[in-house]
Design a protein around this ligand. Sequence first.
Ligand code: ZN
Length: 317
Amino acid sequence: MRDVSLWGALLGVEKTVIERIEFDEDADVVVAHVRPTSRQRSRCGVCGRRCAGYDLGAGRRTWRALDLGTVRSVLEADAPRVTCREHGVVVAAVPWARHDAGHTYAFDETVAWLATQSSKSTVTQLMRIAWRTVGSIITRVWADVDAQHDRLAGLRRIGIDEISYKRGFKFLMVVVDHDTRRLVWAAPGRTSATVREFFNLLGEERCAQITHVSADGADFIDTIVAQTCPNAVRVADPFHVVKWATDALDEVRRGAWNDAPALARKEPRRGRGRPRSDALPRPGSERARALKGAQGCPVLVVEEPGGAPRGAITQAG
Ligand SMILES: [Zn+2]
């Protein structure tokens, strides 16, 4: 393998001419001086169409590339501007990075993948970037993925739920695909307007293909599903069924706990020693003794057909 193609592979770039490589010892960084191949030159940064050159822009600029082992690496190149018929004067496209991005495609993809697989501190420390940068990278990678794939295509059985963040002060409405077990949509808020936003996006035709919608007991979801998905069956999701059952059991247990001492007090006291064989039964005292030390309701586990436990809840009393 020639040096140039080896460097291309190491830096994860394509359609790129590598002019030279230098190692900046002071900054401890490998700098690869590059330029787009002739076919990739003079293209609009937004639409990629070939267009006339405008000026040299702000001169040389750098893009962070994936680290080479433990050493940081950057690409350095000219960033001329071009005149696009549709987008006006814009910085020319480069084959190694997204428009307006300071990181290469390979870097962006690695960060986006890591964000789905590891903790916040792992991503930021390993890639040596700020958490805010992780956010911008995910946004632009996702925009590309979204443009290529229709996440809402072929939805049949979906689940709608809300999750809270910022200590329960903010909410996200999320929609999952039960068949692929993937999150397909999420938006801030938890009102009927938020849910309606999803069904509007889905459109009439795809709404008609929905066969099952699981959700918690929120009435407004029922109403919207009935209006927009004529063929869908509304089902309660297992998590909430378990939670409702556990809450109900807990209430009964608390009631029994509160009543037992009062009942026990009404019953005649017994002297020391073994009770006589004709002694009256004392159900209240027995219940109080049985409940003493009881911690909570039993754990309920719901099994999905042929699958692992779906949800398990314990309620401490
Ligand atoms: Zn353009």
